[in-house]
Design a protein around this ligand. Structure first.
Ligand code: NAP
Length: 266
């Protein structure tokens, strides 16, 4: 593309950042919509975060996608938070309106979007494995649509905090067998991606064909958990679907245009 003085810049920041697929998905969207935008990635270390925010206030970077480890730390530097970011307690999206920075969270849409295409969440029980940022987004998303949550986590205290906040129950990982009673199981731990590629957070024997199993991990595309869920006849949802949905919402916030979904999916 031709970069001119009018080209609007967006970027993703994190540390590490090399693995991020955000530039590919957003730039594919800009190309398909013929928008004069460009999306880059930049490594920002924890100790550089305050200076980075001061820098973006002064220039014309329109949108900033936030990935690990900054989703919580960035919040203190922003002027406004939307309701979902405040309730989830994490920001993955910043919109810069002439120096005024507003934080959003689109990760929860990455959970409710793919689930909503398959099931009505109201009245369902959702087992969430893990209790960090992605789990908080999932808890917010599914409870806002009338589902009940059960949180399974290695550190039970964190599961308890999350369950209390969103009106659910906490369990230690040793009680994972209890997921047999859930309608939907969402893995939000890194178990399944490197260096845990050959591991699963949930023994296969507890998965049934009545389950919908959603893994938020998107590299590898199909984790051991999803392979085994498929073998048991369960419906599965890949982390790439979450990645697409949260990026679609970001695209619309940054550009004000409807996202060209098929181009971004490809
Ligand atoms: P995270 O720090 O990677 O997740 C930590 C959670 O996993 C905690 O609950 C932690 O338990 C648990 N955990 C970590 N290692 C464990 C182990 N060896 N055994 C058992 N439990 C373990 O933070 P996150 O921000 O929530 O991200 C989780 C995953 O979501 C990442 O893989 C990330 O790439 C993915 N993600 C995907 C998308 C997408 O678009 N698809 C979007 C956001 C995030 P403790 O509390 O006990 O430490």
């Amino acid at each position: 593309m031709n970069i001119t003085a009018q080209t609007k810049l967006c970027m993703v920041i994190g540390d590490p950042i090399e693995h991020s697929l955000s530039p590919q998905i957003h730039n594919a969207g800009y190309r398909a919509s013929n928008l004069n935008f460009i999306f880059e990635k930049r490594q920002v270390k924890k100790e550089e975060l305050a200076d980075f925010v001061a820098e973006i206030r002064k220039n014309t970077i329109r949108g900033i996608s936030i990935t690990l480890p900054h989703k919580i730390a960035i919040m203190q530097y922003l002027d406004e938070l939307d309701d979902s970011a405040r309730k989830i307690g994490a920001v993955n999206t910043i919109v810069n309106d002439d120096g005024k920075l507003t934080g959003y969270n689109t990760d929860w849409l990455g959970i409710t979007g793919p689930l909503g295409q398959r099931i009505t969440l109201s009245g369902k029980t959702v087992a969430i494995i893990g209790a960090s940022g992605a789990a908080r987004a999932a808890a917010y998303g599914v409870t806002s649509q009338g589902a009940t949550i059960e949180i399974y986590n290695r550190t039970v205290k964190k599961a308890e905090t999350l369950a209390n906040e969103f009106g659910g129950k906490e369990f230690p990982l040793e009680a994972i067998e209890h997921v047999k009673h859930a309608d939907i199981i969402i893995n939000t731990t890194p178990i399944g991606m490197a260096p845990y590629t050959f591991e699963t957070p949930l023994p296969k024997k507890y998965i049934t064909k009545q389950h919908i199993v959603f893994d938020v991990i998107y590299t590898p595309r199909e984790t051991r958990l999803l392979k085994e869920a498929k073998e048991k006849g369960a419906a599965i949802i890949h982390g790439t679907e979450m990645f697409l949905e949260q990026a679609i919402a970001q695209f619309e916030l940054y550009t004000g245009h409807n996202a060209p979904i098929e181009a971004m999916r490809k």
